[in-house]
Write a protein of this length. Sequence first.
Length: 515
Amino acid sequence: MSDLDLNYEKLLSTFAVEAEEDIAALEAGLLALEESPDDAETRRELLRHAHTLKGNASCVGFDAFAAFAHAYEAQLENSGAADIPTLLSGIDTFRRLLDHDVQEPAAQSASTMRVAVEKLDRMLDLAGEIAILRGRVQTHVATAALSGRSAAETHIDLEALVEVERQIDQLQGELQQLIMRARMVPVGPLFRQYARTVRDLAVAHGKSAQLATRGDDVELDTSAVELLRDPLTHMIRNAIDHGIEPAEERVAKGKPPAGTITLDARHEAGMITIRVSDDGAGLDRRAIAARAHVLGLDVDRMNDAETLRLIFEPGFTTSDEVTDLSGRGVGMDVVRRGIEALRGTISIETMEGRGTTFTLRLPLTLAVIDGFGVAAGEETWIVPMEHVVECVELPARERRDNTTGVLLLRDEIVPWVRLRKLFARPDAGAASGTATAEGSGRHIESVLVVQHGSKRAGLVVDELHGASQAVIKPLGNYFDEIPGIAGSSILGSGRVALILDTAAIFKTLEARGDA
C-alpha cells in the first residue's frame, strides 16, 4: 500500500466521523425546528451542516453524496413545518449513502475518538518521566550485575531505589488515570440520538411522545457507550409500547397529550447512574403476576421487587399479540444481559398511572476494575469489589468436600459454593502458604460473601489475597461456554487471573437447583 493510499484512508476515516456528527446535528435540529418552526437560528444551523456535508463529500470524491446534499440544502432553504417528515427521511438517505461509500474496499472507517491535545501532552510528559526513573533503576541494577557482588558490597542505596520505585508507581498511576479519562466521552450525543426514535415510534403507533435529557455532560467509558445502545433502545421501545398512553387517554387522566421519556445521567458514589423514565401508565403488576402463573412461577412467595424483575426473564411478555415493538419476550432480556455485560445493575420503580423508572448503575470504566483476589485450587481469581460484602472463616462443620452448602451468618442463611469445585479445579490441599487449623493439619477455607441485587451467596476459597486494582484483558471466545467468567487480568507475578462474573454464577447455581 502506497503513502497515497494510506493518506486517502485517513482522509476517508476523518470524513466519516465528521459526516456522522453533521448528520446527527441535522437530525436534532429538525426535531427542534418541528417544535419551533419560526426559529431562524436553528434553520441557519441546519443549512450550515448541510453545506458542510456537501463540501466534505466533494473533497473525497463522493459525487452521489454531494449531489444529494446539494439538493437537500436547497430543500431546507424553502421548507416549512409540513416538510419536516420529508426532511427527516432525508436523514436516513444520508446514512445509507454514507454506509455505502465508506464500506467500499482500502475505504473502511476506523473506530476513532477525539482527545484534547493537552491530555496527550501530559501523557507524553509522564511517559518521559517514567523512562528517566526506569533508567536510574537500570543503572543501579547493571552496576551490581557487572560487579558480581551483592547490593551491600557495591554500595547500592536501597533507600534511594525504594524512593525511585515509589515515584514510578505514582507517575504510572497518574498516567493510567489520564488514559482512562481520555477514554471518557459525554453521554449527551448518545442520548440525543434517541429523540428521533421516540418521535417516529410514537407516531407509528398513534401516540405522541418526546425525549428529555439531563446530565448530557456526564462522561462514560467510550466502549460502555457503544454497549449501552441496545439496552437503551429496548427500554425506550418498551416505554412507548407499554407505558405511554394514547393522547386522548392521557388528556382524560389530566396529563399533557404528549408523553415524555427522560434519560438522566449523573455521578453517584463512584458509579454512573442512568435513569430511563416515562410518565405513562406504569407497569401492570397484575398482568405480570398473571403471566408468571401461566409460566408456573410461584409469584405468591415473591416480594414486589422480585415480581417486577420477572420482565427481565427470557421469553417473558405481557403482550397478547406480537407487534413490531413487543410480544416476543426478548427485549427486556436483552436489557438485563447488556447491563450485566457492563458489570452494572438495573432496578425498577413504578407507580400506577404515574410512570416507570429503570435505574442503571454502571462502573466509570471498563478498562480497570477494583477487585478482591482469592486463590482456589491452583488458580487465582478476581471478584469485582462492588459485589464483595465481607470475608469469614468457613465453620468446621462445613469443612467437607461438597460443592455447595449453607452458612448461618448473623441469623441469615447464606448459600455457598466451593470455587474450585464449581470450575472443576484439582484439590489444593494444604498448599504452601495456606493456613491450617492448629494441631489438626487441616486446611482452613474462607468464605467471601458476595451480593448481586438483593441476593447474597458465599464463595468458598483457599486463600484471600485482598483488594487491588486489576487491568482487564479480553478473553475472546475461549470461555464462551463457561458461565461465570467475565475477563482476565495479569498479576504482578506474570500469571493470568480470571475475573468472576458473580451474576452468572448466581444464575448457574439457581438453574442447577444447588444451595
